[in-house]
Structure formats: C-alpha cells, structure tokens
Write a protein that binds this ligand. Structure first.
Ligand SMILES: [Zn+2]
Length: 144
C-alpha cells in the first residue's frame, strides 16, 4: 500500500515534469501532427476514372507527378495519363480504392520511417530510390 502511494506520487511528479518539458518545447514541435494524406476527388467518365485534384495532391505530397502516375498505373494495371491538372485512369475505380492506394504510396514514398514526418525527398541512384528525411536525416529504400 505504502509503495503504491509512493509510485503514484512519483507518477504525478513525472506528469508535471513532462508538462513543463512540453511547454518549453518550441511551437513547431508542439503543433506537429501526423501527415494527412490529401483526399482523392475522382469521377467516372465513360470507362475512365478521372482524378480531378491530381495537381493538388502532387503539391501536398511533393513528389514527381510521373512517379505517382506510374504507381497508379502499376497498382491498378491500367494505362494512365496526366492531362493538365488531372490524372486519367483507363478503367473504372472506386474512390475509396484510389484513396487506399494513395495512402500506401504516401507511406512508402513520402513519410519518414523514423520520425513519421513528410519532410522528405527521393534520390535515385543506379535505379535504386532512397527516401531521405530532411527533418531527422534517416534514409530508407523506397519500395514501390
Ligand atoms: Zn525523419
């Protein structure tokens, strides 16, 4: 009983300590949240699926349009083409399915494996893509 009370006292102190440490952190660290994958806005046109906001997605995830276009083509096994700000998929696909694919792409080619931040870039050398994190410096192979 005695021991348990001491432990909880300690825990309380620890919580206070944590709180103080947190409030001392710079604003940027404090407001960091998990990267939110942009939602896909798509519609059907005949036998094609058009991703209307392809351009906005590219801007948010900061990857080459061709890299994401190729990924969709490979994952969905259909030809795709970039038409101005849109991506045209030669097939009918559910928006939910496309969102899942995009999430998988973001996990593989945008988010740092170590610190989970999106501040990364891809460097390609001898056909091998490496994800380099600008926030923590971690490197990991990109498997797409
Ligand atoms: Zn990192």
């Amino acid at each position: 009983m005695q021991l348990r009370r001491k432990q909880s006292d300690f825990l309380e102190d620890y919580e206070k300590l944590l709180e103080r440490a947190r409030s001392a952190l710079p604003e940027k660290t404090q407001t960091f949240e998990r990267f939110e994958t942009p939602p896909i806005d798509s519609f059907l046109q005949g036998n094609k699926t058009i991703i209307r906001n392809f351009d906005a997605i590219i801007q948010k995830i900061r990857r080459e349009p061709s890299l994401l276009a190729k990924y969709f083509s490979k994952e969905l096994a259909v030809p795709v083409s970039v038409e101005s700000t849109k991506l045209v998929l030669n097939g009918k696909f559910y928006e939910r399915n496309l969102r899942e694919k995009l999430q998988a792409f973001v996990d593989a080619a945008v988010i740092c494996k170590e610190c989970k931040r999106p501040d990364t870039r891809i460097v390609e050398k001898d056909g091998i893509k490496t994800l380099i994190c600008e926030a923590c410096g971690a490197r990991s192979p990109v498997k797409l």
